[in-house]
Design a binder for this molecule. Structure first.
Ligand SMILES: O=P(O)(O)O[C@H]1O[C@H](CO)[C@@H](O)[C@H]1O
Ligand SMILES: O=c1cc[nH]c(=O)[nH]1
Length: 254
């Protein structure tokens, strides 16, 4: 099991039950390098996997790629191998005007603008984060002197129309999403990203635990293109938060 796409077997996990799951494969080694005894396990398609030790226990770092379909494969195959807790660390675009670039967002639940989550639970089922994972992400942020923004995320299958971007080849957004950014804003939704709806629905509906943290790389009310240096700095901070949260959850499980 777990071999089809991830290319690893249960032995490779060395007893790990927690995985940190970024979208970007390039982020995996950056995270693993901050663990004790980092070890490369596999890289196939969008799934790059390392193992390392944190608080004396093995954990896995595995990229999901962009979007729900590939995320669902990573989560499914990791769960088959024995992972029970998933912490997503991503980048995100804020939609509330007062959320600064560089902020940390902890997602409590996601608007299900994806398709993959509906393959696991009907739309009436909430894409809700695990309470302990969320608590750990919030307290890890605070321990770093960061006040996280905590709340609801809009999680879309597409980066462009689903997040109502008009700076595209066609300049057109399908009717369904026209005016949607303003509507989410009015409902207090904090940000857009592309994997949390699938991850949180899959986990909440199958007895798995999941939490999501993201670094704000653009504020959609102010700019569309991230500043590269700011992006790297924000990603590094979100990585510190997710590692702090993972350490906390591992200690609690001992
Ligand atoms: O930085 P990652 O984790 O990939 O997350 C965000 O960035 C990608 C889009 O640029 C999407 O995957 C989105 O969810
Ligand atoms: O605006 C953004 C930035 C990062 N990732 C997204 O999905 N949207």
């Amino acid at each position: 099991m777990g071999k089809f796409h991830l290319g690893i077997d249960a032995q490779a996990l060395d007893g790990a039950t927690l995985a940190i799951v970024p979208g970007d494969p390039a982020r995996v080694e950056r995270i693993a390098s901050l663990l004790d005894e980092p070890q490369f396990l596999a890289a196939q398609r969008e799934f790059t996997i390392w193992r390392g030790k944190l608080a004396g226990q093995s954990i896995i770092v595995c990229s999901t790629g962009i979007g729900g379909p590939s995320t669902s494969i990573a989560v499914e195959e990791l769960a088959q191998l024995g992972i029970r807790t998933f912490l997503r660390i991503g980048t995100t675009g804020a939609i509330q005007p007062d959320i600064a670039v560089g902020s940390i967002i902890v997602t409590t639940g996601s608007v299900r603008l994806d398709g993959a989550s509906q393959h696991f639970a009907p739309l009436e089922f909430p894409a809700v984060a695990d309470f302990e994972c969320t608590e750990a992400l919030v307290s890890a942020s605070r321990a770093l002197g960061v006040k996280p923004v905590i709340g609801v995320t809009a999680s879309s299958d597409t980066f462009y129309p689903g997040q109502e971007r008009y700076d595209t080849y066609s300049g057109r957004v399908v009717q369904r999403f026209q005016g949607s950014l303003k509507e989410w804003q009015a409902m207090g939704v904090l940000n857009y990203e592309m994997e949390s709806a699938t991850l949180l629905t899959m986990c909440a509906s199958q007895g798995l635990k999941a939490g999501c943290v993201a670094g704000v790389v653009v504020n959609r009310t102010q700019q569309e293109i991230p500043d590269e240096a700011m992006l790297a700095q924000t990603e590094a901070l979100a990585i510190k938060v997710v590692l702090g949260a993972a350490a906390e959850l591992l200690k609690q499980s001992q």
